[in-house]
Design a protein around this ligand. Structure first.
Ligand code: NAD
Length: 261
């Protein structure tokens, strides 16, 4: 537990499932008041919100599309209206789809760039505006990916968006360090969430993925959420501009693991 997180206020985008849901839950467990952003209503979301409320957590669910400027402004307004502030912004919402690059339409390229890069820019910008106007030494956490570093054929739009997020985060970290607004990335490896449920439900494909992970297993959303809680807390007070790879060693050249090369 991070004592300083109690009564802080956070927004988590795309928090109806997967990593965002785990981060919202972990922050709520830490005593953070959480704006749970969702894109579309679902029974899973309603159950999640009811469960958090039944534990006495302070949460509010707010619909919004992170690619729309007005919706992102609405999220910050909801944090301030419901809970009086904004200390932690977690830009988590993301999408991907597999297409060989030569067949990738401009529409699909724009869709992924809009959610994964522009959405994270809008979330970061609105949080920084509020935090700097109100002298809040906040923490902004962007969900990038190991593919901000590892090239990924058939996912060129995704890899480009995540590489963009990495450099956006580093630039914002440098720009707002004097105000003590920290901006960091979490770059997950393969995590068991709906985004890759189809791939991981195929035992052959799952084994192929596991071969790329030195620690030998697919990560859990809670293992990413634990890192988000640390980056949100003052225990990471001197950390800004990093990419925290939460990947079981995937970015450490697993092909060399058996002493090859
Ligand atoms: P997920 O598909 O389970 O959840 C993504 C969430 O984003 C959903 O709740 C979805 O509704 C929301 N979303 C999509 N478009 C949106 C929009 N326009 N506005 C608001 N919300 C929107 O995926 P996940 O695995 O939980 O991924 C979360 C983040 O972590 C993403 O940015 C993803 O790229 C990144 N990531 C995931 C993995 C992994 O293996 N799961 C690995 C690396 C990075």
């Amino acid at each position: 537990m991070y004592q300083d997180l109690k009564n802080k206020v956070a927004i988590v985008t795309g928090a109806s499932k997967g990593i965002g849901k785990a981060i919202a839950e972990r922050l709520a467990d830490e005593g953070v008041k959480v704006v749970v952003n969702y894109h579309s209503e679902s029974s899973e979301l309603n159950e999640f919100i009811e469960e958090l409320k039944s534990r006495g957590d302070s949460v509010v669910a707010v619909q919004g599309d992170v690619t729309k400027e007005e919706d992102v402004k609405k999220l910050v307004a909801a944090a301030v209206d419901h809970f009086g502030s904004l200390d932690i912004m977690v830009n988590n919402a993301g999408i991907e789809n597999e297409v060989p690059s030569k067949d990738l339409s401009l529409e699909d390229w724009n869709k992924v760039i809009n959610v994964n890069l522009t959405g994270m820019f809008l979330g970061s910008r609105e949080a920084i505006r509020y935090m700097s106007e109100n002298d809040i030494k906040g923490s902004i956490i962007n969900l990038a990916s190991v593919h901000d570093k590892i090239p990924w054929p058939h996912f060129v739009h995704y890899a480009a968006s995540k590489g963009g997020v990495k450099m956006m985060t580093e630039t914002l970290a440098l720009e707002y360090a004097p105000q003590r607004i920290r901006v960091n990335n979490i770059s997950p490896g393969a995590i068991d969430t709906p985004i890759n449920a189809e791939k991981l439900s195929d035992p052959v494909k799952k084994e192929e993925v596991i071969k790329l992970i030195p620690m030998g297993y697919i990560g859990k959303p809670e293992e990413v959420a634990a890192c988000a809680a640390w980056l949100a807390s003052s225990e990471s007070s001197y950390v800004t501009g990093i990419s925290l790879y939460v990947d079981g060693g995937m970015t450490k050249y697993p092909g060399f693991q058996a002493g090859k090369g």
